[in-house]
Each structure stands twice: as structure tokens, then as C-alpha cells.
Design a protein around this ligand. Sequence first.
Ligand SMILES: NC(=O)C1=CN([C@@H]2O[C@H](COP(=O)(O)OP(=O)(O)OC[C@H]3O[C@@H](n4cnc5c(N)ncnc54)[C@H](OP(=O)(O)O)[C@@H]3O)[C@@H](O)[C@H]2O)C=CC1
Ligand SMILES: O=C(O)C1=N[C@H](C(=O)O)C[C@H](O)C1
Length: 258
Amino acid sequence: MIKVIVSGFNGSMGQKAVAMVNENADFQLVGVFNPIIDSLNPADYDLDQDVKVFNDFSQINIAADIWIDFSIPTAVFENTKFAISKNIRPVIGTSGLSEVQTSELKSLADSEKLGGIIASNFGISAVLMMKFAQTAAKYFDQAEIVETHHEDKLDAPSGTALNTARLIHEAQQKDELENPNESDPLGTRGGDYHGIKIHAIRLPGFIADEEVIFGSDDESLTIKQSTTDRASFMKGVELAVKEVMKRNELVIGLEKII
Ligand SMILES: NC(=O)C1=CN([C@@H]2O[C@H](COP(=O)(O)OP(=O)(O)OC[C@H]3O[C@@H](n4cnc5c(N)ncnc54)[C@H](OP(=O)(O)O)[C@@H]3O)[C@@H](O)[C@H]2O)C=CC1
Ligand SMILES: O=C(O)C1=N[C@H](C(=O)O)C[C@H](O)C1
């Protein structure tokens, strides 16, 4: 039985993770973490009576194999460091980690030979979109990314958009050219990652969509994925939990294991 702690358990994704763990015969939910909550009715959150509710790292003294984290960008680094320090394998979905923080976490886990994963997106459509974009990037001069999320999202650009831009840049091995004569007093051309423009839209009515648009002389290519239910992310989380139990290093990106 794989023993799991879910961090951020009362959030939109945390509740999906709790349900996924409860429904999987190979997993056991042993604890949940949120530093803000100190008293709750377990039934409101789909928690069995024997699941421990933690609101401080110092209380976490139980044996656990996996730390699933869907919390907030400002907390994920410390949460992941804590899990690694307790030899609990991190499965991290929370966005907002910088490249420096990600490498520090990788070094910490790898030096302990501890399996784990940090994935900007656990959805199969998004992972395939990133893979296809990386392939297309070799054949096109310019790319722009449009990501659309629900209005409660705390960070922009999304972790997925940033990761897509990073993969495109890696494939192209150069900064994309910008028009030096362009004028943009309202900042409508979007954010910039090595010349790849990223446009972030926040609107009710959406969960998470991303579109990568490539252009070259006389042709263009659009790759688009849409998320219609957060349950779709759980296929990737379930797969990742099983996989990191067999690994002894921290994997960056679900694309490395599917
Ligand atoms: N990798 C992937 O596939 C996906 C990643 N995400 C990412 O997951 C994260 C969570 O998203 P979502 O569920 O929509 O957000 P929510 O705001 O719904 O949930 C975040 C939860 O984290 C809790 N929280 C606050 N501080 C801490 C802390 N220090 N430690 C643990 N939990 C804490 C919040 O509690 P309270 O409400 O009490 O403040 C809240 O319940 C985001 O970064 C999002 O980008 C989302 C979807 C897919
Ligand atoms: O906040 C979200 O909802 C999502 N966050 C992740 C990200 O920042 O890319 C993954 C997905 O886009 C949903």
C-alpha cells in the first residue's frame, strides 16, 4: 500500500487528489496538510476519520511514502523541501517554482536518492501539446503562446506556458527575433521568454487551455489543448505516484515518464 499525504487538500485540485487516492486500491490517504486550517469536519472534505489533518510541519510524524502538493506558488518550495527532508517522495503539481528552486529541489532529492516529480501539467493533452510544440519548434522561426485560465489563478504566466516556452527555446537554440520598430504602449504584445511572446488570459468559464501558434514564411501551425474538468489531471498524478516509487531521482516534467 502506498501511503499518501495531500498538501493543499481543501483546494480545487487538492480535493480531486483526495478523491483519486481514496478511489485507488493501491493508495492509502494517511494525512492532509494546510497550515491555515486548524479545525474542520473531515466529512466536508471526503476524509476518513483516521486521516490526520496537519497544519504545521512539526506535527507531521507519521510514515508516508508520497507528498502530493497542489498548494500555492509561495508555499510549494518550502513544502517540497520539507517532504524531501522527511524522505517522503514529492509529487508536485503546484506552479510557480523558479528554475533555481527547481534545480535546488532536484539536487536535494537526488543526493538522497529519493524518487519524485515536479510537473507543470499532469494532463495528457497538455503534455502531448508540449512534446508536439518542441518538435514543431525546429521547423518554424517564430512562436507565440496564449494561455487561458480561470479567474482565481494566482500566477501568470502559467507553469505550463513557461515550460512550453522553455522547451521551444531549447529546441531552437536561439532567441526569437523581435521587430525593433514595434511600438506597444499598452503592453499588448505579452510577456517575453527569449523572444517567445506569452499571453495570459484570466476569465470565468475556463479551467485551463493553451494554444501554441507557430509562424514561418507562407504558413502557420496551431497546437491547442483544452481542459474541461480538473479530474483529467488525476490520470497523470496517479501514474506519477506509481512511477516515482520505482525511481531514485527527482524527475522534471511528466513528459519524461509517459
Ligand atoms: N500540474 C498540474 O497539472 C496542475 C497544477 N495546478 C496548480 O496547482 C496549484 C493549486 O491549484 P488549485 O487547486 O486550483 O488552487 P486552490 O486555490 O483551489 O487551492 C490551493 C490550496 O492550497 C491551500 N494552501 C494555502 N497555503 C498553503 C500551504 N502553505 N501549504 C499547503 N496548502 C496551502 C489553500 O488553502 P486556503 O484555501 O485555506 O487558503 C487552498 O486550499 C496551483 O499552483 C495551480 O497552478 C493546477 C491544476 C493542474
Ligand atoms: O492553475 C491552474 O488551474 C493550472 N495550473 C497549472 C499551470 O500553471 O500550468 C496547470 C494547468 O494549466 C492548470
